[in-house]
Every structure is written in C-alpha cells, then in structure tokens.
Design a protein around this ligand. Structure first.
Ligand code: FAD
Length: 342
C-alpha cells in the first residue's frame, strides 16, 4: 500500500510527488510513456519558484515579447524568462522526485481506478491518496465523472538554419494562420527556434505550414524542420471540482493552463506545491477531509487570473476575423495594459 499514487510524470506530477516523498511518505508515480514527452514551446517566466536548473536545459534567455497584429504592425514588451528544452526540464523534475524517494514506473498507462486501487497496463497498486496529473485528456478526471475539457490543438516545428530575433518571443495574431489562437517563434539558439501554432479548430499543422510558407515572415523561416510535435492544452478554465474523496487533480488535468496564452507550466508547478503540502497535512493527521484545503488554496491563488483569462477567451472566440482581431487584440492579450482594465 502506497501513501500516494501520482498518475502522470509531467511537471505537476513530478513536483507533487517530490514534495510528498521528501516528507518520508511512500509515493508511486505512474507514467504511460517510456520517458517524459510533453510537446511544448517551453517558455517559463522567471517568477517560477524553482531551484537553479542545469545550463543545458535553458535554450535561450528571453527579455522581450514582440506581439504582431493581423496587419503585421507590432508592439514590443519587456519580458523576463527563458525557453527550456522541455524533455530535459521534465526529466530534471522527475530525477529530483526520484532523489527524494518517489518510485517511478514508466510504460504504465493507468486504465482504471476503483476506490484506492489503480490498474495500469502491467500491474496494479493501492494508495491512500490518488493524484491525477495526467494532462489535458485526464483519465483520472473521467473516473471522477467529469466531462472532457475544451482544448486548443497545437503543432510545432523546431526550425534550424533560420534567423530568430535574439532573446525575443514573437507572437502573431491572424485568423487565417491561427484561428482562435496564435503563432509563436521562440528562439532556441542563434539560428534555431521553436515555431508553433495553437488553434481552436482541427489540423493545426496545416495552419502552421501555411504560416511558414506564406506569411510576411516566411523569408526568415526558410530553414530545416528538425522535429514536428503535436499536442493539446486545456482552454476551458479551472475544473468545477479539484478534489473528490481521496482523489485530487493538479495541472492541465484540472484545467490550470491559461485559456488565452496556453501557458501551464508555472501553474502546474505552483499547484503541485500546494497539493503536496496539503497531502502531507492529510497524511500526518490521518484525515482525508483535509484534502479539500487544496481546492480552497487553488481557487484563492488561480481563480481570479484564470477566471479573467476565461472571459477573454470568450471575447477572443467572438473575434473570428482579422478586422475584429485587429481592433480588440489589446483587450485580449496579457502584455497590453488594456487586458488588465475592467
Ligand atoms: C505545443 C504546446 C506548447 C506549449 N507551450 C507552453 C509554453 O511555452 N509555456 C507553458 O507554460 N506551457 C506551455 N504549454 C502547456 C504546458 O505544456 C502544460 O500546461 C504543462 O505541461 C502541464 O503540465 P502537467 O504536468 O499538468 O501535464 P503534462 O505535462 O501534460 O503531463 C501529463 C503526463 O501524464 C501522462 N499521462 C497521461 N495519461 C496517463 C495515464 N492514463 N496513465 C499514466 N500517465 C498518463 C502523460 O504522458 C504526461 O507525461 C504548451 C502545450 C503545448 C501542447
């Protein structure tokens, strides 16, 4: 019998499991893949509460964001953060958790949860507390009886032999290339960048190809496509319920990515810390009821910003053409002052 079973080895799972196992409890983390593999652009603001990470993990420091309107006029904003190699970043978090005592089983997709018993592809295990950190299409949330979340579909290339702007994240809004979302160019070196798109419809890769081949910046993107990843992120806002009995949801499984920017790493880590601390309290006092404090903490921390972003999401959905996007973008994107006005 484990004290805690964590389902999914992304940032939410790695941080939750590390905190609980550091306190001496028995923690098992089950991951469906053979290694960490979350598709991601890897931008993280430097407000993140993380011990220094290995230099190899950081692909570029970021000091500026350039936001393009549909007519390709742009505004620059100061930004402080970095672009990480997402595989190395996630592995570092998992290694830290293992170092604290977490047992990790790779290649172990969870297929069923009945009370405290978890069935995965090659075995079963019991835990006093179950944590669903299994991402946007969370099976844990389904076991809790929840509906599927609304999501944005994403595609991304790692382009080499191109000329990205140094230390600059570029963001492009255009209903033809990114309906409901945006295109990003995040530098990973002097002559390489992750170039991706998130959309609220299907076939993100077609939109991305069109952007790379036909947009006003195509000349700068004429390089080698070294990698193509596709993925999804939740844009429906915080789930209506984060705790049920002995089960908690953390990270994308709980709808913690921002419904406009799609950023979810920071909130996954923040929530993992809150979940870990609450779980320790519940285990130490042998009182599962205390898990509800996690929901209270999260709603206090993330309820307002995610609620605002969800309102903006509704407005963004209504901006279905470039004329509307051009006019309303400053109300819809976080770097503009207007976003923060009532
Ligand atoms: C293309 C793309 C670009 C993005 N760019 C950024 C960015 O630049 N900055 C940012 O902050 N956020 C970004 N995001 C969002 C970010 O990746 C997520 O918000 C973040 O990874 C959430 O962490 P998590 O631990 O909750 O979930 P995940 O990182 O998705 O981890 C979930 C884990 O659970 C595992 N799993 C799923 N089902 C099961 C199962 N049944 N059994 C066992 N394991 C299971 C998965 O394999 C995965 O390892 C991006 C997302 C996408 C798709």
């Amino acid at each position: 019998m484990y004290d805690v079973i964590v389902i999914g080895a992304g940032p939410a799972g790695a941080v939750t499991s590390r905190i609980v196992s550091s306190a001496g409890f028995r923690v098992l983390m089950l991951e469906k893949n053979e290694t960490c593999r979350s598709p991601c652009a890897g931008y993280i603001g430097n407000t993140i509460n993380l011990e220094p990470v290995d230099d190899a993990i950081i692909q570029s420091g970021i000091t500026k964001m350039r936001v393009y309107f549909p007519d390709m006029t742009f505004q620059d904003f100061q930004l402080n953060g970095f672009v990480v190699d997402r595989y190395l970043f996630d592995m570092e978090l998992v290694n830290r958790s293992q170092g604290s005592g977490t047992q990790v089983k790779w290649n172990s997709p969870v297929t069923d949860i009945i009370s405290g018993e978890i069935k995965f592809s090659n075995g079963k295990a019991s835990g006093k507390i179950i944590v669903g950190t299994d991402g946007v299409f969370s099976r844990t949330a389904s076991f809790m009886g929840m509906e599927k979340q609304r999501f944005a579909a994403c595609a991304q290339y790692h382009l080499k032999g191109i000329q990205p702007f140094s230390q600059t994240c570029e963001i492009f809004f255009n209903a033809e290339y990114a309906p409901g979302g945006y295109v990003w160019i995040y530098p990973t070196g002097k002559d390489s960048a992750k170039v991706g798109v998130g959309v609220t419809c299907f076939n993100p890769r077609n939109y991305l190809d069109k952007f790379i081949d036909c947009s006003g910046v195509s000349g700068r993107l004429n390089g080698t496509k070294t990698e193509c990843v596709t993925g999804a992120l939740p844009i429906g806002g915080l789930r209506e319920k984060l705790v049920s009995g002995n089960i908690l949801l953390v990270g994308d499984s709980a709808g913690m990515a921002d419904p406009i920017t799609g950023a979810g790493i920071h909130n996954a880590i923040l929530a993992g810390e809150a979940a870990g601390k609450t779980i320790i309290d519940a285990l130490e006092q042998n009182d599962i009821e205390l898990l509800s404090n996690y929901e209270t903490r999260i709603r206090r921390l993330l309820g307002k910003p995610l609620g605002r972003a969800l309102e903006k999401r509704k407005k963004m959905d209504a901006c279905s053409n470039n004329e509307l996007l051009q006019e309303h973008l400053p109300e819809l994107w976080v770097t503009f002052k207007k976003y923060w006005e009532k």
